[in-house]
Design a protein around this ligand. Structure first.
Ligand code: DOR
Ligand code: ZN
Length: 345
């Protein structure tokens, strides 16, 4: 039985770092293990222009702990008024690595997102020409569509028409939660990939709702039934280069999670690598962990893998914090529901 594994340092291809005191509190949790992360732009106000992204990157670098070697990869929030020339400049200057499409109203701080997809056509065409990836929050917001169906309907109503209109556009379906999404990625050419979160490999909707409601397991897209979870686990552990890690680690203070209208988001930055080692071991797929966390993502984003490595060793219970303090209140670290034994050095 393998009890030690050395892999290229992992990257996180979908991460929420927030700003100010929250940024300072959560950034060390990611920088401890990860070399780079695609940083989500859903701040208030959002990161919309190249200048916004440059300023936000500076704030992230300033918040890094001494000695940390972490590189934030910035994204722009796609709005109906995004200027293709600004996107091109920011990309050519090396400031941004992707744009993020939020359907307006789909999730946390998505009010500035897209309602009429025709309005973003010129930006998508420019991105296709330049090879800039589009990261999608793949859920429709139609109130008549059940929340558990919103990802599958997004594929038919929004994503597939965008891909047909822009066959060269490189797209990452973020945080996929359904077998429909896995099938769609597998049926496509190499311009389509998907990220999978740590928490969607560990929980299904029973974990949120059976025996009492568990607000810390509520995220968007919401976890689906177990049959989907099984397909996600198979995809993540399959060594298929089109699937890679994007944790969607999304910190909210407890007061905003445990509330009559709680925020969506699971905070997994602290224990993601230990959890993933456990999941891959469970699936008899430890040799495929490196591809998922450290190789497939850079290949899609046309970057080299990190030069250095981490070592995962199975041993006694891992002692990790259960809460990350911030001046506004604690952020609860995701509880996988099983003991963690994989240590990361
Ligand atoms: O659960 C989520 N939390 N899903 C998202 O799409 C946004 C994120 C957040 O920003 O809190
Ligand atoms: Zn997210």
């Amino acid at each position: 039985m393998t009890d030690s594994l050395t892999i290229k340092r992992p990257d996180d291809w979908h991460l929420h770092l927030r700003d100010r005191t929250m940024l300072a509190a959560v950034l060390p949790e990611t920088a401890r293990h990860f070399g780079r992360a695609i940083v989500m732009p859903n701040l208030v106000p959002p990161v919309v222009t190249g200048a916004d992204a440059k300023a936000y990157r500076k704030r992230i670098l300033a918040a890094l702990p001494n000695g940390a070697k972490f590189t934030p990869l910035m994204t722009l929030y796609l709005t109906e008024t995004t200027d293709p020339d600004d996107v091109e400049r920011a990309y050519n200057d090396g400031i941004i690595h992707a744009l993020k499409l939020y359907p307006a109203g789909a999730t946390t701080n998505s009010d500035s997102g897209v309602t009429n997809f025709d309005t973003v056509k010129p930006v998508l065409e420019r991105m296709a020409k330049l090879g800039i990836p589009l990261c999608t929050h793949g859920e429709v917001t139609d109130e008549n569509v059940d929340i558990f169906d919103r990802e599958a309907v997004f594929i038919d109503r929004v994503l597939d028409p965008i891909r047909r209109a822009n066959p060269e556009l490189r797209i990452v379906m973020e945080h996929i939660t359904t077998s429909d999404a896995v099938d769609y990625v597998k049926s496509a050419d190499t311009n389509l990939a998907a990220t999978i979160t740590t928490h969607h490999l560990v929980i299904n909707r029973n974990h949120i709702l059976v025996g009492g409601i568990r607000p810390h397991y509520y995220c968007l897209p919401v976890a689906k039934r177990q049959t989907h979870q099984i397909v996600l686990r198979a995809a993540a552990t399959s060594n298929d280069p089109r699937f890679f890690l994007g944790t969607d680690s999304a910190p909210h203070i407890d007061a905003n999670k445990i509330s009559v209208c709680g925020c969506a988001g699971c905070f997994t930055a602290t224990n993601t690598m230990s959890i993933l080692a456990h999941v891959f071991e469970d699936e008899n797929a430890l040799p495929h962990l490196e591809a998922f966390t450290s190789l497939n993502g850079p290949a899609f984003y046309r970057l080299d893998p990190n030069a250095d490595t981490i070592t995962l060793t199975k041993g006694d219970l891992v002692q990790l914090p259960t809460h990350i303090p911030t001046p506004e209140g604690d952020v609860t670290v995701f509880d996988p529901g099983f003991p963690l034994k994989w240590h990361i050095t």
